[in-house]
Design a protein around this ligand. Structure first.
Ligand code: NIG
Ligand code: FE
Length: 401
């Protein structure tokens, strides 16, 4: 149905700027934006339906481009330990950390994993998220990774959100491969990736490049395999130390390199040349009480696109609000509210390889947008989370969330 949405202002995010249209009008048709512009220039012609947005600000639907939303158990006990001074790496070395979530995830049925992820994903949707990436990485064997990815797909089928799945089998060394990390990487490359890709469960492949996970050489084997299977790659890089994983990711035309607190200027140059998006995760920075900030000025200087995501996970970022991450991106990393909004719309779309169809309000793109009852676009980064009054439009239809 051709619909005219009017009595609104739009922050279109074309080119990653606010690109504001005051007194805007939007025509949607067959799930796409057919026209957007100033109401005064509205093309003549009939629309079957007209919707008065009552002065709202319209932005693209928010995109959370880095989550681990599917997992068993929680790690609030480790949170208490860390507050008593025990380090994240120390907890991991004692068999806690990612390994404890792996135990809980392996033990959970697909049904139980779905049920536990559901309220977390619903919280993100209530915050204005219309596209969501979900990683595996707490299964670490073929059956358990498959289970996680199937749950992620099902969330996308049953909720009003577009889900992109990422296989993060190279997240940690599972107990059955203890002390044999090279063998586990071989297992990931030779046994796990191909069937998961063939089953249509993998939109991208990710790995954790870090001292307490996998070396650049090991990660590179995963990236090579993924590319050979025709799947785009991403990387957790420079979160706790500088291994130049982000430069490595750029060599494989990664969609994104994520975290990046310890990246260097050279890494930024490599990412800019490859068009690899920098996904910053202020929730993990905050929750681990890190002090080294990602080099935002170097990213800006070299023209690397910056995205922001929740990193929703039980260990380092139990974050259920993408708008809270926008605020943290501004307060902790000194992004502007405009950069924060670009970080959860156009740049997040690019981090998922969806930049041509999502992330900005432009004719021809998917009609996913939010009409917020706010005074100015900066209000989205200003409030510390909370439920802002809004109307959600997905594929051109107003959607209850
Ligand atoms: O993005 N950095 C690695 N992976 C997750 C944390 C995983 C965990 O501790 O469970 C992250 O921060
Ligand atoms: Fe992560």
């Amino acid at each position: 149905m051709k619909t005219l949405w009017h009595h609104c202002h739009a922050a279109t995010l074309v080119d990653g700027r606010y690109a504001i249209i005051e007194d805007a009008a939007i025509i949607t048709h067959a799930g796409l934006i057919e026209w957007i512009g100033p109401r005064a220039q509205l093309p003549v012609g009939p629309c079957e339906r007209q919707v008065d947005l009552q002065g709202a600000w319209v932005t693209p639907g928010l995109i959370d481009c880095h989550t681990h939303a599917v997992f068993g158990g929680t790690r609030s006990g480790e949170f208490e330990q860390r507050l008593q001074g025990v380090g994240y790496a120390e907890i991991a070395a004692q068999g806690g950390g990612i390994a404890s979530t792996v135990r809980a995830t392996r033990a959970a049925s697909e049904e139980a994993l779905y049920a536990s992820a559901l309220p977390r994903v619903q919280a993100l949707l209530r915050d204005g998220v219309t596209t969501l990436e979900i990683k595996s990485g707490y299964g670490l064997d073929l059956a358990s990774e498959r289970k996680m990815l199937r749950v992620a797909r099902r969330l996308g089928e049953q909720l009003p959100v577009t889900v992109r799945t990422t296989c993060l089998a190279a997240h940690a060394v599972p107990p059955e491969f203890a002390g044999r990390s090279d063998d586990y990487i071989t297992h990931v490359c030779e046994v796990m990736l191909a069937p998961l890709v063939e089953e249509g469960l993998v939109d991208a492949v990710d790995a954790f490049c870090e001292h307490l996970a996998f070396s650049p050489a090991q990660v590179e084997r995963v990236l090579i395999k993924a590319r050979a299977l025709g799947v785009p790659v991403k990387l957790h890089a420079e979160q706790l130390s500088s291994l130049h994983g982000s430069s490595l990711a750029a060599r494989y035309q990664a969609l994104s390199a994520d975290h990046l607190e310890f990246m260097t200027e050279q890494d930024a140059i490599a990412m800019a040349a490859a068009g690899t998006v920098a996904v910053l995760l202020p929730g993990a920075f905050y929750f681990l009480r890190e002090t080294q900030r990602p080099p935002v000025d170097a990213l800006r200087r070299h023209g690397v696109r910056i995205a922001l995501a929740s990193d929703l996970n039980p260990g380092t970022s139990p974050g259920l609000s993408l708008r809270l991450m926008m605020n943290m991106g501004c307060t902790l990393f000194r992004l502007t509210p405009e950069e924060a909004l670009a970080g959860v719309t156009l740049n997040a779309a690019k981090a998922l390889g969806m930049g041509d169809s999502h992330g900005s309000l432009q004719a021809g793109k998917v009609a996913d947008f939010i009409a917020w009852q706010i005074e100015r676009p900066a209000d989205l980064a200003y409030w510390l989370g909370g439920d802002l009054p809004k109307r959600v439009v997905r594929h051109g239809l107003e959607t209850a969330i």
